[in-house]
Design a protein around this ligand. Structure first.
Ligand SMILES: *[C@@H]1O[C@H](CO)[C@@H](O)[C@H](O)[C@H]1NC(C)=O
Ligand SMILES: *[C@@H]1O[C@H](CO)[C@@H](O)[C@H](O)[C@H]1NC(C)=O
Ligand SMILES: *[C@@H]1O[C@H](CO)[C@@H](O)[C@H](O)[C@H]1NC(C)=O
Ligand SMILES: *[C@@H]1O[C@H](CO)[C@@H](O)[C@H](O)[C@H]1NC(C)=O
Ligand SMILES: *[C@@H]1O[C@H](CO)[C@@H](O)[C@H](O)[C@H]1NC(C)=O
Ligand SMILES: *[C@@H]1O[C@H](CO)[C@@H](O)[C@H](O)[C@H]1NC(C)=O
Ligand SMILES: *[C@@H]1O[C@H](CO)[C@@H](O)[C@H](O)[C@H]1NC(C)=O
Ligand SMILES: *[C@@H]1O[C@H](CO)[C@@H](O)[C@H](O)[C@H]1NC(C)=O
Ligand SMILES: *[C@@H]1O[C@H](CO)[C@@H](O)[C@H](O)[C@H]1NC(C)=O
Ligand SMILES: *[C@@H]1O[C@H](CO)[C@@H](O)[C@H](O)[C@H]1NC(C)=O
Ligand SMILES: *[C@@H]1O[C@H](CO)[C@@H](O)[C@H](O)[C@H]1NC(C)=O
Ligand SMILES: *[C@@H]1O[C@H](CO)[C@@H](O)[C@H](O)[C@H]1NC(C)=O
Length: 812
């Protein structure tokens, strides 16, 4: 009793004598107010704005008691110990982020009592001030993620002896992982994701013996995984994804028995899966996909009772197809992409009732789509690139979980079930290159969330369904089917890519195609479209790619086509177009700029977009890979009935890689301005009535690898010098009116014939191969990106670093 009284007396004592001092120290208050005002100045926000995170900070109130986001010590001496300064300004839009310079941090370095500092998600840019962190020696938790810090991590941070949590992910930091990491002896969590750090992961990492979580994801670390990592006995999560790490996984990795999540995907790790891993019996997530691992896939991988996520596809690992698997785990994600699975889809997978993602693509699976698989209600199902056959069970689409279904490049056949539309949460449907036939079910058009629909290379016939203009559908590929009727235009206004080539569409191109006001890529090649050249397309100002090849269009190419300032690829070859080539074509801005920009948004979809744009490239049909980062610019007007001269203005299209005006009735001289087409690799002027001589200026074309001027009325000396010396295939000069020169071993009257022999060796310089050609559509608005990044986070993609093998595969 006496003891309690004594405590009570003590309490009263403190209450009356120390309450006035429960306020924050004046110097810290001033420092924080200084931080606030410099942040307001730098971000140009208004302090009255209620959405501004520091609205409650004012000089007349107490920073410990009245201010949001401030934590003070609860005992004497009262001081600020925690600052939760994340997301101070809500981003008005992703495209115009508020940008604050790193100098705003300076006042915080006066608050020496800080133990917890979260300054994440503020888009602060510039170098982190070097000395400041030396002042914050009590820091335990430091979160600087999702800013835009550049330069290297100040070494002072590595001298913070009490630090237990360090997150610097998603910045623009560079430089080595400092050798000084060994001074962070008490660190429990280290996250340095996506900072472009480079170099080896130093052995000193093993000094951080208290570490429980380590993430160096998305940097540029190379070399092996340091063996000192085995010293980190308390490690629970290790994430080294998306670096350039090579050599083998440390043999004794199984000694880290506290490990629950091990993620090594997207590196160049080789060797087998170490058998010591069997000891990691707390594993919940194991990600080894997209490395160079080899050897047999051990069946004990399925013995971890807590395992939820298992990714080992995309290696050189081999599955023992006669092995009996009795999984002890209940997986939610499983990737066994390209693991040599053969025969039926393994039925032990049917025991995995909670699967959200299943990737069995790029194997040799055959047989029908099992009913049990349809009944599993998997959310993201990838079975592409196998040999599966038969029709799809309608049960598959009764799933409300189904969000991504990829069955491309199999032998599935029959009609698509009428109830496709029951899968109302479907976002991506890829069925390309199968044997599906019949009509495209109407119910497909009722799936509001559908973003990507790829039905290319099947035998679908009839008219495609009418999609709702308010749908989200952005990518549609119906090419290489047997669809017929008028060209359908009833798609979502969100449509970015519309590929209807190689079908039987006929009639005039409907004017209401212009309703698709966000269209970037329109491909209608190889149909039976008639009527005048669709000049109204000039109203779709977003168009980048327009392919009308091999139809029956007539009339002239209208001047207003030059309105399409984004147009980079225009192919109207093999039609019945007449009149002159409009000089206005020389104003196509998209073909003038040397293409170097590309929208990273396209990357979001490249994994999925199976279509490759096909053009006539240097005499043969070639697929332009949508996966390449380069943007190519082409103008193909060949095989029409165009007449008149080649406009001098075409010489302005400096971004062009290919110019083909062959098989027309063009006359007059070859304009010397074509020598200004500095990016040009292929120039085809053949089968016209061009006269005069080949202009000397063509020797300026340093990228030229293909020149055809045959079947014209050209004469005189073929220019010598530069790439022209290697343009020596006589066929490409044939049927003219007296061309001469060393290229065709036809001495010109005035030239001494002695030089010929020497040049002969250079013929081998001619290069056909090795010329990559790529095309990448820059598409998709932020909303769609966010949709997808959201999805990616949910189902961290095994396909993230998937590359198609043949960027430039020959099509015919
Ligand atoms: C700051 O914001 C005001 C309006 O809020 C705007 O008029 C001004 O241009 C902005 N200044 C800068 C530098 O962004
Ligand atoms: C300062 O903030 C407190 C609450 O945090 C508020 O009651 C007071 O009115 C504010 N004073 C001024 C001058 O804005
Ligand atoms: C560290 O704190 C001292 C005051 O104790 C201050 O003078 C100095 O400027 C601080 N360092 C930095 C880099 O802010
Ligand atoms: C971040 O910095 C990079 C270059 O350092 C810049 O391209 C990018 O726009 C910046 N991002 C933001 C959101 O400020
Ligand atoms: C990384 O460290 C190595 C040697 O420790 C050094 O040669 C290299 O220049 C450093 N790289 C950077 C970007 O600091
Ligand atoms: C850190 O590790 C390295 C080698 O792994 C060792 O030489 C060094 O002494 C260690 N430093 C500390 C502070 O333990
Ligand atoms: C560091 O990286 C280099 C270059 O890749 C490599 O040769 C070397 O073996 C690496 N060192 C270690 C310890 O992994
Ligand atoms: C696992 O971590 C605990 C501390 O969290 C540690 O005591 C134990 O030694 C670790 N296990 C192993 C096998 O090192
Ligand atoms: C494959 O598994 C079967 C059954 O478990 C086994 O008998 C056979 O030896 C294994 N094959 C290889 C190459 O390990
Ligand atoms: C297209 O426009 C024509 C009239 O120009 C109209 O009759 C037709 O219904 C429209 N089609 C669609 C799908 O909007
Ligand atoms: C040219 O493009 C603009 C939009 O950029 C469009 O409003 C206009 O109708 C187009 N003009 C023609 C003649 O198509
Ligand atoms: C072009 O028109 C002629 C007749 O005018 C016709 O015979 C020919 O088939 C047409 N070519 C194409 C590709 O439509």
């Amino acid at each position: 009793m006496a003891k309690v009284n004594l405590l009570f007396a003590l309490f009263l004592f403190f209450f009356f004598f120390f309450i006035p001092c429960l306020c924050c120290p004046e110097d810290q208050k001033q420092a924080l107010l200084q931080f606030k005002s410099s942040f307001i100045r730098a971000s140009n926000t208004s302090s009255d704005d209620p959405s501004f995170g520091l609205a409650s900070w004012n000089s007349s109130s107490d920073c410990c008691q009245d201010w949001d986001r401030v934590i003070c010590s609860s005992s004497q001496p009262i001081a600020v110990t925690g600052l939760y300064l994340d997301t101070l300004v809500l981003m008005p839009s992703l495209l115009e982020p508020v940008s604050v310079s790193a100098g705003v941090l300076t006042p915080l370095f006066l608050v020496k009592s800080l133990m917890f500092l979260d300054i994440s998600s503020n888009y602060i840019h510039g170098e982190i001030p070097r000395n400041g962190f030396a002042n914050l020696s009590r820091l335990v938790h430091l979160d600087m993620m999702q800013n835009n810090f550049s330069g290297s991590i100040p070494p002072e941070i590595f001298h913070l002896r009490n630090l237990q949590y360090l997150d610097m992910s998603s910045n623009q930091l560079t430089g080595n992982l400092s050798r000084e990491v060994d001074s962070l002896q008490n660190l429990k969590v280290l996250t340095l994701e996506s900072n472009l750090l480079q170099g080896n992961i130093t052995e000193e990492i093993g000094n951080l013996s208290k570490l429980q979580q380590l993430s160096l994801r998305g940097n540029r670390f190379f070399g092996g995984i340091p063996s000192s990592i085995l010293n980190l006995k308390e490690l629970q999560k290790l994430d080294l994804r998306e670096n350039f790490l090579s050599m083998e996984i440390p043999n004794k990795i199984g000694e880290l028995t506290n490990m629950t999540a091990l993620a090594l995907s997207g590196n160049r790790l080789s060797g087998g899966i170490p058998s010591s891993m069997q000891k990691l019996d707390k594993l919940e997530s194991l990600r080894l996909e997209n490395n160079l691992l080899s050897g047999e896939i051990p069946s004990w991988l399925f013995d971890f009772r807590n395992l939820k996520d298992l990714f080992f596809g995309g290696n050189n690992l081999k599955w023992n197809n006669s092995a009996k698997v009795v999984p002890k785990c209940m997986l939610s994600q499983l990737s066994m992409k390209s693991c040599g699975l053969a025969g039926r889809i393994p039925d032990w997978i049917s025991t995995q009732k909670g699967l959200v993602l299943l990737d069995l693509s790029e194997n040799k699976l055959e047989g029908p789509f099992p009913l049990w698989l349809a009944e599993l209600d998997v959310g993201n199902l990838f079975l592409s690139d196998n040999r599966l056959s038969g029709s799809l069970p309608s049960r598959l689409f009764q799933s409300l979980s189904l969000s991504v279904l990829s069955l491309s490049r199999n032998n599935f056949s029959g009609e698509l079930p009428e109830n496709v539309g029951d899968a109302i949460n479907l976002m991506i449907l890829m069925l390309a290159k199968n044997n599906f036939s019949g009509k495209i079910p109407r119910s497909l058009s009722t799936i509001y969330r559908l973003l990507l629909l790829d039905l290319a290379k099947n035998r679908f016939s009839g008219k495609p369904p009418v999609f709702h203009p308010d749908a989200l559908l952005a990518v549609i590929d119906f090419s290489y089917n047997q669809l017929s009727g008028e060209v359908p235009v009833t798609f979502s206004v969100e449509t970015r890519i519309l590929t209807l080539g190689n079908n039987n569409f006929s009639g005039n191109l409907p004017w209401n195609l212009t309703n698709l006001s966000k269209l970037e890529h329109l491909d209608l090649e190889d149909n039976k479209i008639t009527g005048e050249f669709p000049g109204f397309l000039s109203q779709i100002s977003t168009l980048q790619v327009l392919i009308l090849r091999n139809n029956s269009l007539q009339g002239t190419i209208p001047d207003k086509i030059s309105n399409l300032t984004s147009l980079r690829i225009l192919d109207v070859s093999s039609n019945n177009l007449t009149g002159k080539i409009p000089a206005k074509l020389g104003e196509l801005v998209g073909m003038i700029q040397t293409p170097n920009t590309f929208s990273s948004t396209s990357e979001v979809f490249t994994f999925a977009v199976g279509y490759d744009l096909v053009v006539n490239w240097k005499k043969s049909k070639q697929g332009l890979s949508s996966h390449s980062l380069d943007i190519y610019s082409l103008l193909d007007l060949s095989a029409n009935k165009l007449c008149g001269e080649i406009p001098v203005s075409l010489g302005a299209l400096k971004g062009l890689k290919l110019l083909n005006v062959s098989y027309n009735s063009l006359s007059g001289n070859i304009p010397p301005s074509l020598g200004n087409l500095q990016s040009l690799e292929s120039l085809d002027l053949s089968h016209n009535q061009l006269s005069g001589s080949i202009p000397e200026t063509l020797t300026k074309l340093q990228e030229l690898t293909n020149l055809d001027v045959s079947n014209n009325q050209l004469k005189g000396k073929i220019p010598v010098g530069g790439q022209m010396d290697t343009m020596n295939n006589p066929e490409y000069y044939a049927n003219n009116s007296g061309l001469c020169g060393m290229q065709i071993q036809e001495p010109c009257p005035t030239e001494p014939p002695a030089k010929q022999e020497e040049d002969e060796n250079e013929a081998s310089l001619f290069q056909w191969e090795g010329v990559g050609i790529g095309y990448s559509a820059g598409f998709f608005l932020t909303v769609v990106i966010m949709f997808f990044t959201g999805y990616f986070r949910l189902a961290s993609p095994p396909f993230h670093s998937r590359r198609r093998q043949n960027g430039m595969s020959s099509v015919t």
